[in-house]
Write a protein that binds this ligand. Structure first.
Ligand code: PMP
Length: 395
């Protein structure tokens, strides 16, 4: 039987770039002690206070169908939070609650792309981006960024491929690079969106993990609220990856159509998860800081370790739970380096090539194991790189 082209083309065929990750998982299941610095998941679990709120909600009966657009309480909470953080007037009618940020990314593209339309995304990219755009039947077209520009988006690169496009997907703080887009870059992005009449889909799921500089939501830039859909999530800010709770913030008209989509797809998000999310979002900055603190600490440790050598380069580590390391001095590709490091030292990192062409010759390190193990693995990685670079220079 024939399957739809839309579903068979989601991954675009070929490798999904996760080979090293799967190999590390296999080694772990065979009993090898692998240090896993691959995926973006906290090494702490959801805070007990949030679980208590979830338990209380479920036990008091919030286990039936919840309102499809989200509970009034959570939509109001998200709206107030966004308005406080950005200054843009926002009400519950601008908010749809979704089962996680990924579902929000998909729904946002469903809202603005017709089959055959072109959706732009920046390279390097979070692994699911091209597949999400293809998943709605649109054509995924990459926009280049470069290591030389510290992977900041540039107007001329977007301009060069914007003809015929309907949307642009960006992500700041960025996965995989850890870069936070500057005010200047975001103004340039906004200008290009206005010039080419593009929808801007702004993935801000790491907005509580900023180590340097300031997170700016492009929805707050002049005349951008009417063409911007912001994607948010509880996953990273509150270590609630498994709870599957996120949102889209955008113009009322878009949200009203997205509610129809939710009615015909997800039919909402569990009420007890939403109540726990409302609790977490109103628990104050202290809780968010507690969840971000391990990454802030490990980033500081990494800066010291990397400053003590000169083989491995560090892309500005301004936010999110990752470091993007330039290992081109070794003469290896990111994939070659990641495989060799796994084979020789049982340390698993993601090849830069898994996230696009722009980060070829780089590796992404997730700061997701305890401080001591993290420091030790990073030192080993640097020593390994130095040794490989010497070999390479002698060749
Ligand atoms: N966007 C980015 C950039 C991510 O890194 C992730 C998860 N790793 C997501 C969206 C989706 O997160 P979730 O669906 O858990 O909210």
């Amino acid at each position: 039987m024939k399957l739809s082209e839309r579903i068979t083309q989601i991954t675009g065929g070929g490798s999904d770039g996760w080979d090293v990750f799967y190999r590390a998982r296999r080694m772990l299941s065979e009993g090898h002690a692998v240090t896993e610095l691959t995926i973006g998941e906290h090494d702490i679990r959801t805070d007990p206070s949030i679980l208590q709120a979830m338990d209380l909600s479920a036990r008091s009966g919030h286990t039936g169908y919840a309102m499809v657009p989200g509970t009034d309480l959570l939509r109001d909470t998200v709206a107030a939070r966004v308005q406080t953080r950005t200054g843009v007037p926002t009400t519950r009618n601008n908010v749809l609650i979704t089962p996680g940020g990924q579902a929000a990314l998909f729904a946002a593209h469903m809202a603005v792309c017709d089959p055959g339309d072109i959706g732009l995304f920046l390279d390097p990219f979070y692994a699911t981006y091209p597949g999400t755009i293809r998943g709605v039947g649109a054509i995924a077209r990459a926009v280049q960024t470069t290591a030389e520009d510290a992977f900041q988006p540039k107007a001329e690169w977007i301009d060069a491929v914007a003809d015929g496009a309907v949307s642009l997907l960006i992500n700041t703080p960025n996965n995989p690079t850890g870069v936070v887009y500057s005010h200047h870059s975001l103004e340039a992005v906004a200008k290009v969106c206005r010039r080419h009449d593009l929808w801007l889909i702004s993935d801000e799921v790491y907005d509580t993990q900023v180590w340097e500089g300031e997170h700016l939501s492009p929805r707050a830039l002049p005349n951008m609220a009417e063409r911007t859909l912001v994607v948010g999530s509880m996953s990273k800010s509150h270590a609630m990856t498994g709870s599957r709770c996120g949102w889209i913030v955008g113009p009322e008209e878009v949200i009203s159509h997205l509610i129809n989509l939710a009615t015909h797809t997800t039919y909402g998000v569990p009420g007890f998860v939403q109540d726990a999310s409302s609790f977490a979002l109103t628990a104050g900055a202290e809780l968010e800081e507690k969840i971000a603190a391990p990454f802030r600490r490990r980033r500081a440790l990494a800066m010291d370790i990397l400053a003590a050598q000169n083989t491995v380069g560090l892309v500005p580590a301004q936010g999110a739970m990752y470091l993007m390391l330039d290992i081109r001095a070794t003469g290896l590709s990111g994939e070659g380096f990641a495989n060799a490091l796994l084979d020789t030292h049982a340390i698993a990192v993601m090849p830069g090539e898994s996230f696009g062409m722009a980060t070829a010759g780089h590796i992404r390190v997730a700061m997701t194991v305890d401080d001591e193990r993290f420091s030790s693995a990073l030192k080993t990685l640097c020593d390994f790189a130095t040794q490989r670079a010497r070999q390479h220079a002698a060749e």
